[in-house]
Design a protein around this ligand. Sequence first.
Ligand SMILES: O=C(O)CCC(=O)C(=O)O
Length: 343
Amino acid sequence: MLTPKDVQFFRDNGYLVIRGALGPEEVRELRDASQALIDAAPGPGAVKDFQYGKVRSGETVLRRIEYIQSKGDPFLRLLANPTLLDAVQQIIGERFVPTFDSVVIKMPGAGVEVPWHRDGGGPTMFYDEPGTGRRFPAANFDIYLDEANETSGALYVIPGSNKDTVSRVGELAAQGDYAGVPGAVRVDMRPGDLLVHDVTLYHGSPETRNAPLRRVIYYEFRDLRFIDAVHRPDPAQNGAVHHKWPEAWTRRRLAVLQQALDRRREAGMDVPFDAHPEPALRVPREEAAASPTRVAHPGWDDGKARSADESPATQVAGNKNTKSAEADCESEGGGAATCHQST
Ligand SMILES: O=C(O)CCC(=O)C(=O)O
């Protein structure tokens, strides 16, 4: 259970570490399930959900798997983990919706760099409710399956950078390597720990060499009020609609949450509630059970899979691409998933 001090820390610094959020058994099954996916990975360019990148030596390695909740029951059940959903409710808001799901991998031997970035492409990824002044952030909930430290490519963050209204993210790489960037903090994590990071926080992780495997599951959530304001503004008032997430899409995402609650309970695991705490966001069990667990973002499945060379996350020359990666993200139009990911 987060305390008000925890929530305030998150608001002030843009991140929060929750140690031991998952028990050893849940960590074990997630490690097994993710290892099976890695072992069966289809190779670069074959399936868009499996993303590869290049390391400085020129080797191409797996770096990320998208829509992970559809790729095995352990990932689906994780979505209904009580510690995770408690943090989600307190940080995101009562009308929370699961919005992105992926796993980021640093392969043993050679792990791809994730250059400094903000998820979602800019400093305005929050919603301030008129009248109440309440801020609804978008945040990622990062579940660690392996040790993350200096060797295995722990995440670096710049505490408080979530408050920057003009992005400095493009300048960071020039200021030094990750540890050398003024204000940067390395966040060491252990299996089962949870890191919550505001999508507007500057963060990134270096390439690894001869290091052990490092896997982190990223589940992002946003409050429906955020989604309504940012992803489906009224075209009559607003002109062009950026990142359109139709209502049917959020309903399918909420159906995945209901399925996760049901599957977790059926597996004899603890659940925080039987259905979404906000009645308007509940999806009946039968509808949820029949709904797909892979809910891609509009545009994702129409796009051609990027090769390792095209992917902005795979730039290797001194991490200089972060600025252009943001621009790329913004130019994706309907491709919110690409926008969100590591660049
Ligand atoms: O796990 C990492 O190193 C960072 C991943 C990340 O921030 C992202 O994919 O947006």
